[in-house]
Design a protein around this ligand. Structure first.
Ligand code: ZN
Length: 70
């Protein structure tokens, strides 16, 4: 994991900052907003990871679809 988003806090490991990663993490912020709260979002997100794996989790697929280079 090189990026982590918790609500409006986006944490990126040193040396990995890029427009692509930031746009991915911003999409997770929007997913949080759609869910209504972190508490409402996280159980569903974690369930997707367990069920589909990280790469195929629908929230991750959606975030990748919204990645953009500057
Ligand atoms: Zn992601």
């Amino acid at each position: 994991m090189i990026g982590l988003t918790l609500g409006y806090g986006i944490y990126i490991c040193n040396g990995h900052n890029s427009a692509r990663l930031l746009s991915h993490e911003c999409r997770h912020v929007q997913q949080y907003e759609q869910a209504g709260s972190i508490a409402a979002y996280l159980p569903g997100y974690l369930q997707q990871i367990v069920q589909y794996g990280y790469t195929n989790a629908p929230y991750e697929v959606d975030a990748r679809a919204h990645e953009a280079d500057a």
